[in-house]
Design a protein around this ligand. Structure first.
Ligand code: BGC
Length: 716
């Protein structure tokens, strides 16, 4: 676990320092800024021939053997950017779906897959590794992030990054830090105490960095305690570079730099420079360095850091070039496997699922299920072969960039393929009476419901849009054997929950999502996903029932709202480090579905939990009739007499029916501790742990006494 592997960045640092010593002054501001090789302002801008249409380009320094940096988004696959390259790529399920697998090894394979496609297209930097905690399920990028828990998010981000970088390309981890909402994302100020940040959002980054060693960290648009994240001495110099000894480089988000002074506060590279008011990290930086030793020292350090990332990942020794072979069929199958493992069965009354092969008629309704499966929008949008099945624009401009797009993997076709002789009908759900009529005639009704999310736009609440809640309620009233399949970026409320027999959360299930959904519905795959975020019963249960700024910030799609006169801030000290289920545990509020929740077609038992030091062991048994996967979730419940609820370790395990295994789970001691201002601190006393079915349902408990301890640095 944390802090076990040697840091490849530290090993590359010496070589980088030697190269910096050979650099001429005019070469020192080549690596410190990058352009977006796209004519964003439609001025007819031209880019060097070797630049690839994508997010970023920095030219090579051939005299020193330094390769050009060619950058593309993102965590779910190689982004499409409205088709500028006229190519396509394999879409993984959304990051939150990946997280629902609780399977770092699989997430690592996903990272290796998308990194391989990036490399084959000639890119050597993938803007992946989105690890921000879901502090508000209305956040527009929830689908791009893993979870509300620092351990789960950090471990999975580390795994994804390891996979990406196994291709000799650089991965980022992003967006440092506290990008908790999109409303006013370029100016909102997240207020949070140092301790709360270190125990939550920053811990996710810290674990992700320790385990994945990303070559670069992308800082966020938002402010943190009054300072822009990309100009924050606290985040970049103190926490990241000093306390965590991070050796790679900090790149800005695209359009997140406000002046040359950011260099002194720890920013190493200005990205997408034409999106900022000015290019700060070129001649302006050179002039500063010529006049001011502090800037001169920083300039050398900035170069050293970019070069460290290049060397650590072998970008110079294993150059990527366009035209590499891609196994699209194999990659699609991997995407399907992630989807199958990440789909969460939320309700299964009367064992309506898996669907019996004997069903004679199935009414499929809504969600463009005849076309494909939903995906999230923004810079992470991936498109597969032949483009999306459906494009539903957000606004009248018809722009594809922020539009509701469905990957070409039709759940309806996949259901038909498995339904044998059953009659399968489809209604699009636009007209409720029409859908109800069909549902009434069928043995089973399956309603597909969607919640679209996009970078730059928060959802105003957790309802299903377009009247889908009413549609589901009406269908369920007509046919009690109604199953709802959700394709959502985040949590949703379910006012109809009591009326339906089954609920399947499929998230945005990626390139083969339709097949994966059908595989779960018909029992080819035994559902094993577990919720990586809490599903609240209502917005009133959230730390901020009202999403700050949602009533007055005018979004221009990508959060480009002009910095207003009025200040916008979000008080993250309300919940502090008690994000998500920890907040629910603290307030005693009952969610709709708790963090960690998920049903299976088999059943499991956990017993005999033993804790020894920072290791737990427990026996997990498959007590049902079919093979399945269980996620053993280890929670801290009580620490020295104080109520706690913290995930401190987890392990996913596959078991044949009737089989049991003793498994061990390592506990990251930081989850037992608090940040005391300069290090981690655990009080002496009894520590009570339990294996939970989810964050609210504990099944086997154990206590040990632990001595007081304090430490700084990673794990001990
Ligand atoms: C997003 C980043 C992305 C970058 C480059 C920004 O708008 O916030 O996540 O990597 O664009 O496309």
């Amino acid at each position: 676990m944390a802090g076990q592997s040697a840091d490849p960045l530290a090993a590359a640092e010496q070589r980088a320092a030697a190269t910096v010593r050979q650099m001429r002054p005019d070469e020192k501001t080549i690596l410190t800024h990058s352009v977006m090789p796209i004519d964003v302002h439609k001025t007819g801008a031209k880019f060097p021939e070797d630049a690839i249409f994508g997010a970023g380009y920095t030219p090579s320094i051939s005299r020193l053997g330094v390769p050009a940096l060619k950058e593309t988004d993102a965590s779910l696959g190689v982004a499409y950017l409205e088709g500028g390259r006229k190519d396509w790529a394999t879409a993984l399920p959304s990051a939150i779906a990946q997280a629902a697998t609780w399977n770092p090894a699989l997430v690592m394979r996903g990272g290796a897959m998308i990194g391989g496609e990036a490399r084959a297209k000639g890119f050597n930097v993938l803007l992946a590794g989105g690890v921000n905690l879901v502090r508000d399920p209305r956040g527009g990028r929830t689908f791009e992030y893993f979870s509300e828990d620092p351990l789960l998010s950090g471990v999975l981000a580390g795994a994804a990054i390891t996979g990406v970088q196994s291709n000799h390309i650089i991965s980022t981890i992003k967006h440092l830090a506290l990008n908790g909402q999109e409303t006013g994302r370029k100016f909102v100020d997240m207020r949070i105490s140092d301790a709360a940040a270190r125990e939550s959002d920053l811990l996710a980054f810290q674990i992700g960095i320790e385990q994945g060693h990303p070559g670069a960290v992308m800082c966020a648009y938002n402010r943190v305690n009054g300072h822009y994240a990309c100009d924050s001495d606290y985040l970049l110099n103190r926490v990241l570079k000093h306390d965590w000894s991070y050796k790679g480089f900090v790149m800005s988000d695209w359009g997140a730099v406000h002046g040359v002074g950011a260099a002194l506060n720890g920013l190493d590279r200005q990205s997408g420079e034409q999106l900022d008011p000015d290019v700060y990290f070129d001649s302006r930086l050179a002039a500063k360095a010529a006049a001011d030793p502090a800037y001169a020292a920083r300039l050398d350090d900035m170069n050293k850091r970019v070069l460290t990332a290049i060397y650590a990942n072998g970008l110079d020794k294993f150059p990527a070039s366009p035209g590499g072979a891609i196994d699209f069929a194999g990659n699609a199958e991997l995407s399907a496997e992630v989807a199958r493992q990440g789909i969460v069965l939320l309700k299964n009354d009367g064992r309506i699922l898996p669907l019996a092969a004997t069903a004679k008629s199935i009414a499929v309704i809504g969600g463009y299920a005849d076309g494909g499966v939903l995906s999230g929008a923004g810079s992470s949008q991936v498109q597969g072969k032949d483009g999306p099945a459906v494009v539903r624009p957000k606004n009248g401009s018809g722009s594809q960039f922020i539009s509701e797009q469905y990957h070409r993997s039709s759940p309806l076709a996949a259901i038909k393929a498995r339904a044998g002789n059953a009659t399968v009908t489809f209604r699009d759900g636009r007209y409720i009476a029409d859908a109800v009529q069909r549902a009434r005639q069928a043995e089973v009704a399956i309603v597909f419901a969607t919640q679209w999310m996009a970078e730059g736009i928060d959802v105003p609440d957790l309802s299903l849009p377009y009247g889908q809640d009413e549609l589901i309620a009406a269908v369920a009233a007509a046919n009690p054997r109604t199953i709802v399949v959700l394709e959502t970026g985040s949590a949703v409320k379910m006012p109809w929950l009591d009326k339906v027999a089954g609920v399947v959360e499929a998230w945005y299930p990626g390139a083969r999502g339709g097949e994966a959904i059908a595989a779960v519905l018909f029992g080819e795959a035994n559902p094993s996903g577990r919720l990586p975020i809490t599903f609240p019963a209502s917005e009133a249960q959230l730390p901020r029932p009202h999403l700050d700024g949602s009533d007055w910030v005018e979004s221009a799609g990508l959060g480009e709202a002009k910095v207003p006169e009025r200040q916008l801030s979000a008080d993250y000290d309300i919940e502090g480090s008690d994000v998500g289920y920890r907040w629910f545990s603290r307030t005693g509020a009952r969610p709709l579905f708790p963090f960690g929740y998920g049903l299976s077609y088999t059943s499991f038992e956990a017993r005999n939990l033993k804790i020894s030091g920072f290791n737990a062991s427990v026996t997990i048994r498959n007590t049902g009739a079919r093979a399945g996967d269980e996620v053993a979730q280890l929670y801290l419940l009580d620490r020295a007499g104080a109520h706690k609820r913290r995930l401190v370790g987890f392990s996913r395990i596959s078991l044949e029916p009737g089989v049991e295994k003793r498994i061990s789970i390592r506990i990251d001691p930081r989850l037992l501790a608090d940040w005391n201002g300069s290090g981690w601190q655990m009080p002496a006393g009894a520590y009570e742990f339990a294996i939970g079915k989810d964050a609210e349902t504990m099944v086997t408990r154990a206590s040990i006494r632990l001595p007081a301890r304090t430490w700084s640095g990673p794990a001990q």
